[in-house]
Design a protein around this ligand. Structure first.
Ligand code: MN
Ligand code: MN
Length: 287
C-alpha cells in the first residue's frame, strides 16, 4: 500500500472539503463552488479523484454542475458536498453536509456524523462489515432516523473508486472482514424517510465503461480520465464534447451516472471519511 500517497491525497481532500464548507452560502453558484474546490485540489499538487458532487435536499448523490445550469444555493438547502483527491491513482473520498443559513436539519446532519464516528471507533482488523453497518444503523436510529440502505461505503483501489469491498449502512449480514492493507471509505447516509434512493436523470458525471480498443477522441479521453469518474465540465477542450458524451453513453462506451434521490423526497444527510488499515494502525486520511 502506498501509504504516503494515500495520506497526501487525504490531507488535500480534507482541506478541499473545509474550503467547500466556507464557499457554500446562500446565493453562491454551484458551478463556481465546484470549480474553486477542484482548482484547490489541482493547485495543491493532486487531481480531483472524481467531480465535486453537490447534491441538495432529497438528492443523496451524483449531481455535479455544468457551467450554465443556473443553480444557486438557497436558504434552507441541505447540501451534501462530496469530493476526493488522487495522487498517482491513490484516492481520498470525503463528504460533509452543510445546511445553508438555517438549523432545521441539525439533528439529521449530526446523526450521520455521529454514525461515522461510532463506525470508525469500532474498526479493528478482522471486523465484519455487517457489524459496521449495524453500528451505523443503531446510531442513526438513536436520533430517530434511518440509513439509506441502497447506498454504501466501499473499498478503494488504485484508480478504482469502488473497489471490491462494500460497507453497508445497516446490518446486511455480510461476513466480509476488514483486513490490514485495505483502503476504504465509510459513508453513513441519514434520512427522515424510509431509506431508499432511486435513480433520476443524469447528473453530469461520467465514467468509462469500455476500457479497451477505444478509438479517436474516446481513446484520448480515456488517457486523461482513466478508470475514474469525470465531469462534463472537464471535457470542454474536446471538440463538440456534448455530443461526444451523449453518443458515448448511447453506445455504452461511457456511463452517465444518474442523480440518486430519496424515493419519497425526504431529506438526506451524509458524512464520509477515507481510512487505511495497516498491520498496526487505523488511519483516517481525511480527518
Ligand atoms: Mn464520496
Ligand atoms: Mn464514497
Amino acid at each position: 500500500m502506498e501509504i504516503k500517497k494515500y495520506l497526501e491525497a487525504g490531507k488535500i481532500g480534507k482541506e478541499a472539503r473545509e474550503l467547500g464548507k466556507e464557499l457554500i452560502k446562500e446565493g453562491a453558484s454551484y458551478y463556481e463552488v465546484a470549480e474553486k474546490i477542484e482548482n484547490y485540489i489541482r493547485d495543491a499538487g493532486a487531481k480531483p479523484a472524481f467531480p465535486v458532487n453537490l447534491s441538495v435536499n432529497h438528492e443523496a448523490a451524483h449531481y455535479s454542475p455544468v457551467k450554465d445550469d443556473g443553480r444557486y444555493f438557497r436558504r434552507g438547502d441541505v447540501v451534501k458536498l462530496d469530493l476526493g483527491a488522487q495522487i498517482d491513482g491513490y484516492i481520498s473520498d470525503t463528504a460533509v453536509t452543510i445546511e445553508v443559513g438555517t438549523n432545521k436539519w441539525r439533528d439529521l446532519i449530526e446523526a450521520s456524523a455521529e454514525a461515522l464516528n461510532n463506525a470508525i471507533k469500532s474498526i479493528k482488523p478482522g471486523i465484519e462489515v455487517g457489524k459496521i453497518g449495524k453500528i451505523i444503523e443503531e446510531s442513526l436510529n438513536f436520533y430517530g432516523f434511518n440509513p439509506i440502505r441502497n447506498l454504501t461505503g466501499h473499498g478503494l483501489g488504485r484508480y478504482d473508486l469502488h473497489h471490491g469491498l462494500v460497507i453497508p449502512n445497516y446490518d446486511d449480514g455480510s461476513r466480509e472482514k476488514l483486513l490490514p492493507g485495505m483502503a476504504f471509505a465509510i459513508e453513513p447516509f441519514a434520512t427522515n424517510g424510509r431509506g431508499y434512493v432511486r435513480e433520476g436523470k443524469g447528473g453530469n458525471i461520467y465514467i468509462f465503461r469500455k476500457t479497451k480498443d477505444l478509438k479517436g477522441l474516446y481513446e484520448e479521453m480515456f488517457e486523461e480520465f482513466k478508470t475514474l469518474p469525470f465531469a462534463a465540465r472537464w471535457c470542454t477542450h474536446y471538440p463538440d464534447y456534448k455530443s461526444l458524451l451523449k453518443k458515448g453513453s448511447f453506445l455504452g462506451i461511457i456511463y452517465h451516472f444518474p442523480i440518486l434521490r430519496e424515493r419519497k423526497k425526504f431529506v438526506v444527510a451524509q458524512t464520509e471519511h477515507t481510512l487505511l488499515l495497516t498491520e498496526d494502525s487505523i488511519i483516517v486520511t481525511t480527518k
